[in-house]
Structures are given as structure tokens and as C-alpha cells.
Design a protein around this ligand. Structure first.
Ligand SMILES: Nc1ncnc2c1ncn2[C@@H]1O[C@H](COP(=O)(O)OP(=O)(O)OP(=O)(O)O)[C@@H](O)[C@H]1O
Ligand SMILES: [Mg+2]
Length: 344
């Protein structure tokens, strides 16, 4: 029997990236376009919501057109539209969702609202058209989702099934990178800046604490952040130069250590053979190396360009919903606080 190829247009506008992509069969990226607002928000040291929505309004139509052109497709060549419906900034989400609804209506295409966090997980299935397919993740697996707003350990026994094992009790991993970068007066966004500074530093220079929590699969980064703050203050009050590179390297090692150890422990406990690491923080070199250097589990980490927000991951997750026969009606709303558990 001939396999039917499904081409999905993905649209993402949950935070400070306006993105559109065309993905075939949930895996093959035909195009992926990202209009980033990072430079605009850098002056505020974080995302300024009102400005973000207005930038999406300006960029979204051209971004979708560019994605279609790069894929050499017209709306009529598509089989469906997937758009991020949450979590994220409500005013930003509305921009992508409204354009997606308009396109679906005009081209008579099915539409599905996708959870942004599912998108991050499904980025592990993606590879570029024309390049060698990456190994496909196999269930059951444990996924570590580490992004700007989330740190989740998830057990997936099948597509679209998310058993939440644990999360963060305070800051998300990416948020910790961003806050510590600010303490060290490094540029926004903090993750890449800390990684760069850490390359010149000694990860054993400071013995920062790892969180000890009673719940086995939860994370905590606020104690670590406070320890960094105290260290910086001690140097400053002694009128000594703050050893930025050593602090960055030691902080990064503490975060990577906690993420790696808990994920491996969960994979052993739930007797899986495969692990996914996804979300913006999975772009971190030290984290990637920690997972790549172990041989007990087969680890899937998206290409660096797919770790932070993009629309190919939304199309990939949307594909799974369409295959499962799920679509959204044209009156669905955005959900700023949507959780992954709610999408299981
Ligand atoms: N190389 C890196 N090392 C560590 N952290 C990184 C790196 N690159 C990006 N990050 C972090 O990833 C985060 C951005 O990831 P992402 O775009 O997935 O977050 P978000 O979409 O804002 O949040 P969420 O997905 O939870 O809604 C930022 O906190 C950033 O500092
Ligand atoms: Mg994200």
C-alpha cells in the first residue's frame, strides 16, 4: 500500500520568535524560517510582552510566505496547519493563531492547536530534507525538557502520551542561566553567554550546591542562584575582580550535573532504553556532551538550530495530532498557562 505523505505548515509565535515551517510526515523539514526579536528585547534584559506582540503582527505574514516559498509550495499543497496555542504570552499567541485560522479557512485546511512544550519534545524527530535521517526515537522513553520557562521530566510510553515525573520547584533551567548571566553582567540571552564565558573557566573552581529534594524527580535551581549571588557579592565587597569565567563554568557544571543525573536515574527507574533531551537549554554544549558520553541509553538531542523556539517542531507535533484524528475547531482560544499534562 502506498504511504500518503502529509505536509504540515507550522506557525509559532508564543514568545519572541515569529516562526513558520513546512514539515513532511512529522520528520522532514522542507523549510523553517525564524524572525527573531532577540536584539529588540536585549535592551530590556528580557522579553517585553507588548512589544513582542506588535513585532509578531509585523513579521508573521512574511514569515509564513517565506516558509512556503522555501518549501516550493502553495497553501493548496498542504494537508494541514499546526499552530502554537500555549503556553506563552497571550498577546503573542493570538497573532499566530489568528493568521493560522484565516489561512485554514481560506484554503479549507484542517487546523490543530499545539502545545509549545509538545513541540519541543517532537523536535527530536526532525531532520533536514536531503540530509541523512536521524534515528527515530522509540518508546517507552524518558524526556528531559529544559527551556526558558520549563524543566520537566516526562515518561512517554507512546505518541502524545505524557506522564509527568517531575519538574522544577522554583526557577526553570533556562531561567537560572538567564538570571545568573545577569548577576555576572553577561549579555542576554544568558544561556549562550554563560556557555561562552565557561569555556575559559574552571568548572571545579567553586563547589556550588546541588539541590537535594525529597521528591525524587524534581529540580531546584534557586539555591544555586543564591550561592552564585553570594560569591559575586563576596568578591565585590572585598574589591576583588569577580572571576566570571570560573563562576560561569562552575554554575554550568552544577546545572548540567543535576539535569544529567536525575534524567539517567529516571531512565533506569522506569526501565527505558531511550532518552530525549529538548528545549533551549539542550543547545548547551556541556549538557549535550554529558549525555553523548554515556553509552547506557540511546539519546536523541535535536540539532542545535532546533533546540530553541522554531515552527518545524510545532508542525512535527501537529502531524501526530492529525494522524491521531485530532483537529481543532476554528473558535479555539489561546492558553497562556497550558501545561504538558493537559495535552496528554
Ligand atoms: N547554549 C545554551 N546553554 C544554556 N542555555 C541556553 C543555551 N541556548 C539557549 N539557552 C536558554 O534557553 C532558553 C530559551 O529556550 P526556549 O526558546 O526553548 O525557551 P522559551 O520558549 O522562552 O520557554 P518555553 O519553551 O519554556 O516556553 C533561554 O533561557 C536561554 O538562556
Ligand atoms: Mg520554547
Amino acid at each position: 500500500m502506498k504511504k500518503i505523505d502529509l505536509r504540515i505548515l507550522g506557525i509559532e509565535s508564543s514568545c519572541d520568535e515569529t516562526a513558520a515551517a513546512v514539515v513532511e510526515n512529522g520528520r522532514v523539514i522542507e523549510s523553517s524560517v525564524i524572525a527573531s526579536q532577540v536584539d529588540l528585547h536585549a535592551q530590556f534584559g528580557g522579553v517585553y510582552p507588548e512589544l513582542a506582540s506588535r513585532e509578531h503582527v509585523k513579521a508573521v505574514y512574511a514569515t509564513v510566505n517565506e516558509a512556503l516559498q522555501q518549501a516550493h509550495m502553495k497553501l493548496g499543497d498542504l494537508d494541514g496547519i499546526a499552530v502554537t496555542r500555549g503556553p506563552g504570552l497571550a498577546g503573542s499567541l493570538v497573532v499566530g493563531v489568528n493568521l493560522a485560522k484565516g489561512l485554514a479557512l481560506s484554503a479549507e485546511l484542517p487546523i490543530v492547536g499545539v502545545n509549545h512544550l509538545e513541540g519541543h519534545l517532537y523536535s527530536a524527530w526532525l531532520y533536514q530534507s536531503g540530509s541523512k535521517p536521524t534515528p527515530e526515537p522509540k518508546f517507552p522513553l524518558v524526556a528531559l525538557l529544559v527551556s526558558g520557562g520549563h524543566t520537566e521530566l516526562v515518561l512517554m510510553r507512546d505518541h502524545l502520551q505524557y506522564q509527568m515525573l517531575g519538574g522544577t520547584s522554583d526557577d526553570a533551567a533556562g531561567e537560572a542561566f538567564d538570571k545568573v548571566a545577569r548577576l555576572l553582567e553577561l549579555a542576554y540571552p544568558g544561556g549562550p553567554s554563560i556557555q561562552k564565558a565557561a569555556m575559559q573557566g574552571n568548572p571545579r573552581a567553586f563547589n556550588f550546591p546541588k539541590a537535594r529534594l525529597s521528591e525524587p524527580w524534581n529540580f531546584s535551581f534557586s539555591g544555586l542562584k543564591t550561592a552564585v549571588l553570594r560569591t559575586v557579592e563576596e568578591f565585590k565587597s572585598a574589591h576583588k575582580t569577580v572571576p566570571t569565567a570560573d563562576i560561569a563554568a562552575s554554575f554550568q557544571a552544577a546545572v548540567v550535573g543535576a539535569l544529567f543525573e536525575k534524567t539517567i536515574a529516571a531512565a533506569r527507574e522506569f526501565e527505558v532504553r531511550e532518552i530525549i533531551v529538548a528545549g533551549g537549554v539542550s543547545a548547551n554544549k556541556a549538557l549535550r556532551e554529558a549525555f553523548r558520553s554515556q553509552t547506557e541509553f540511546r539519546v536523541h538531542i535535536p540539532h542545535i538550530s532546533l533546540c530553541t523556539d522554531n515552527a518545524a517542531m510545532i508542525a512535527a507535533a501537529g502531524y501526530r495530532h492529525f494522524v491521531a484524528g485530532e483537529t481543532s475547531s476554528l473558535d479555539f482560544d489561546v492558553q497562556a498557562n497550558l501545561s504538558l499534562a493537559a495535552s496528554a
